[in-house]
Design a protein around this ligand. Structure first.
Ligand code: PLP
Length: 391
């Protein structure tokens, strides 16, 4: 581990890692099990359209989410669209801005209007009180996000939605296998949508799933996922092709087999980061509530420039020179992205978006790596606050 500022690669020292440690590197499970499943699918000659692997995947995802129904999709973006469309949402949809563009895009792509809501200044979760102030005659739904796998305030949002007879969905792209108040994430609101993109800790190359306890919503989404076809090839609804294919399901099942190991590994990394970053002024690692079940897949640090002596982008650059590839995740907020920017200001979102970054974790990063990365940040912090540097 590096101990003195001069050792930082940014000042001419050697990089801490000879190969990159990056955010979002896929967790690969048991390859033999994956290839066995792929071979079985090839032998069956059944590669898509509700094959046995996709069905098994749906059952296992529903079991983790604690829901009656699971509709697996080709990705979470399509899953969000199916949820909104199948439930007949019209008009405006209240969404947080501190999220990946897909949350807002899923709304806008359906011809609905995303209305951006501010977030809790510490957790980044949708602020129910601000959401309440945005409800108007055209509001059709709230789409909250369990950002970075930390639960949104599910109960408060359920009450708010019930008070105003709004549909409520959760973008749970980050929150598979987590709990909120001891309840599995998945059963909140009218439905929740997971992502199994390659960068997620459980992945199906590309994939997603809408989970719900509502039989009607599940059935409509299921049909819409397959061109709106009901039984016997009868087209009943406007649909799209959002099916999960068998190769993706094979990967998803194989990934699920290793899920507990992935979580345990991420948890060790979290504790290594937490220990390594403890007490650093201006550097705050977003903590997990360990009374809940967490997947620990996002290691988020907020950099307060006034106290740390450097800003988030400087830290990202210092880390990159050490072969540590973090991400400014999420920055900017969606309300300041080109398709949506209309002058709306969201102070908490904007501050967090300017401060947060994701640090590498996952199977490709060891706890020793996490400790080294924390050590680099420590050295950078010491450098930034030495009198010579401050002068
Ligand atoms: C919060 C959030 N919502 C939605 C998505 C979209 O997921 P997918 O890539 O499966 O469409 C992502 C992707 O990372 C995400 O982070």
């Amino acid at each position: 581990m590096k101990h003195v500022p001069a050792e930082l690669a940014a000042f001419g020292g050697a990089p801490a890692f000879s190969t990159p440690r990056s955010v979002g590197r896929p967790n690969i499970g048991d390859r033999a099990a994956l290839f066995a499943r792929l071979n079985a699918a090839l032998d069956r000659g059944w590669l898509s359209n509700g094959g046995p692997l996709a069905e098994e995947f749906e059952q296992r995802v529903a079991a983790v989410a604690g829901t009656r129904f699971c509709v697996a999709t080709c990705n979470a973006t399509a899953g969000l669209q199916l949820a909104l469309r199948a439930s007949g949402v019209t008009g405006e949809v209240i969404v947080p801005s501190l999220t990946f563009a897909a949350t807002a895009h899923a709304v806008a792509w359906l011809g609905l209007t995303p209305v951006f809501c501010d977030v809790d200044p510490v957790t980044g979760a949708l602020d129910p009180e601000h959401a309440r102030s945005l409800i108007g005659p055209r509001t059709g739904a709230i789409l909250a996000v369990h950002v970075w796998g930390r639960p949104a305030p599910v109960r408060e949002l359920e009450e708010l939605a019930a008070d105003h007879r709004l549909r409520l969905f959760f973008d749970a792209a980050h929150a598979f296998a987590c709990t909120s108040g001891g309840r599995p994430i998945g059963g909140g609101g009218d439905g929740e949508v997971f992502s199994f993109h390659s960068t997620k800790f459980v992945n199906s190359f590309e994939g997603g799933a809408l989970v719900t306890d509502d039989p009607e919503l599940a059935e409509r989404a299921r049909r819409m996922r397959n061109f709106g076809i009901a039984e016997a090839e009868r087209v009943e609804l406007v649909g799209l092709n959002a099916k999960l294919n068998e190769a993706a399901a094979a990967m998803g099942l194989t990934s699920l087999d290793s899920m507990d190991r992935f979580i345990a590994h991420n948890r060790e990394n979290y504790h290594a980061y937490r220990a390594g970053l403890a007490g650093l002024p201006g550097i705050t690692l977003l903590e997990f509530d360990e009374r809940e079940r967490n997947n620990y897949q996002y290691m988020i640090v907020a950099v307060d420039e006034r106290r740390a002596g450097f800003d988030r982008d400087t830290l990202l650059a210092i880390l990159a020179s050490e072969n540590v590839l973090g991400r400014a995740y999420f920055s900017p907020g969606c309300h300041q992205m080109l398709p949506y920017a209309d002058g709306t200001r969201l102070p908490h979102t904007e501050r967090l978006a300017s401060q947060v970054l994701a640090l590498p974790t996952g199977i490709a990063v060891s706890a020793a790596d996490a400790a080294t990365i924390a050590g680099i940040i420590r050295v950078a912090a010491r450098q930034a606050t030495t009198p010579a540097h401050a002068a």
